[in-house]
Design a protein around this ligand. Structure first.
Ligand code: FAD
Length: 287
């Protein structure tokens, strides 16, 4: 069985790439081409997100299987508790296990639009730690969970949020992948605090190369990541020039990744936004 933690104990720095399932066949074909380019960087795995409200269940599954069979790359599938019962979870994950996919990014998911609180479905789970416990009980999976260097948007405090992360690790997660962040000190502080409360699993920083200002404003406000003022200003000044904005994103993320690597990061989880260009430039610069 493929395990997340095995990628991070080989003494080398490994990237992983997160993608989301496109909604059209044309989009899927384009993405397969982009991943073909990224294969050259020998990623640990490609992780495929799961849509809000479980909306991309079958798209996620089909894409995961296609990448693993056609491109012969390790794949991980994200799974959320949204709208899921114990039985429906079991059916979905066991089908992928039969196909040889054993890496799951186990998440609670966001509350539906317009709701501030997450509501567990009947016979489902309220928090990701419960999902982790359940998936572990099924056996044969390796699990990653989400960590939040700046705190989860609903968190009562950073301390409580970290205690909740520890619950997920204690329940059996093999690795923590962080939410994207733009200030490395937030990550280093998070690592220190996690170590102090006894979290020993690898914690992999999540980095998103910015493509354009409108998109990053939206993503940052949804996930609670602070966008540095200087960076925001630089992007805004180039608002009408997509190429310049992408270059600013590459430059910023390259510096971020160089610093993370220098400070001992075991790998970087790239939020690729389904594009190979920026990530390729960053990884070329790191080598
Ligand atoms: P949890 O760990 O359950 O935490 C949710 C909140 O509840 C936190 O504030 C936490 O402090 C608190 N909490 C946790 N456990 C307890 C407890 N036992 N008692 C009381 N409070 C508790 N979303 C998607 O829809 N699809 C995706 O594919 C997806 N992929 C992601 C990948 C990564 C790497 C990350 C970082 C996030 C991803 N998300 C995705 C977003 C994620 O679903 C949201 O951030 C969601 O709001 C929280 O999910 P979680 O698994 O962190 O929840």
């Amino acid at each position: 069985m493929t395990r997340f933690d095995e990628f991070y104990n080989k003494g080398r720095f490994v990237p992983s790439f997160e993608i989301f399932p496109p909604k059209t066949q044309e989009g899927i074909e384009t993405l397969i081409g982009e991943l073909g380019q990224l294969k050259a960087y020998d990623p640990a795995y490609i992780s495929v997100t799961y849509g809000a409200m479980g909306s991309t269940q079958s798209l996620t599954r089909d894409l995961v299987l296609r990448i693993s069979k056609e491109l012969k790359m390790n794949t991980a599938f994200h799974f959320t508790c949204v709208g899921a019962t114990r039985d429906s979870i079991k059916e979905y994950v066991e089908e992928l296990k039969k196909e040889g996919v054993t890496l799951i990014v186990a998440l609670r998911g966001d509350p539906p639009l317009g709701h501030s609180k997450f509501k567990a479905s009947k016979d489902g789970f309220a928090y990701a730690n419960e999902l982790v416990t359940y998936l572990k009980s099924l056996g044969g999976f390796s699990l990653a969970v989400a960590g939040y260097p700046e705190g989860h948007v609903e968190a009562v405090s950073l301390e409580m949020d970290l205690e909740n992360l520890k619950r997920k690790v204690d329940a059996g997660a093999d690795v923590v992948i962080t939410q994207l962040f733009f200030n490395n000190n937030d990550f280093y502080d998070f690592l220190d605090r996690a170590t102090k409360i006894g979290i020993k699993t690898p914690i992999i920083p999540g980095v998103m190369p910015i493509l354009n200002v409108n998109q990053v404003e939206k993503i940052a406000s949804m996930c609670g990541a602070k966008l540095p003022q200087m960076l925001h200003q630089q992007l805004t000044q180039n608002k009408t020039d997509m190429v310049s904005m992408r270059e600013i994103g590459i430059e910023y993320a390259t510096e971020q990744c160089e610093d993370l690597k220098k400070n001992g990061a075991l790998g970087i989880h790239f939020y690729t936004l389904n594009k190979a260009y920026s990530v390729s430039k960053i990884l070329d610069a790191l080598q």
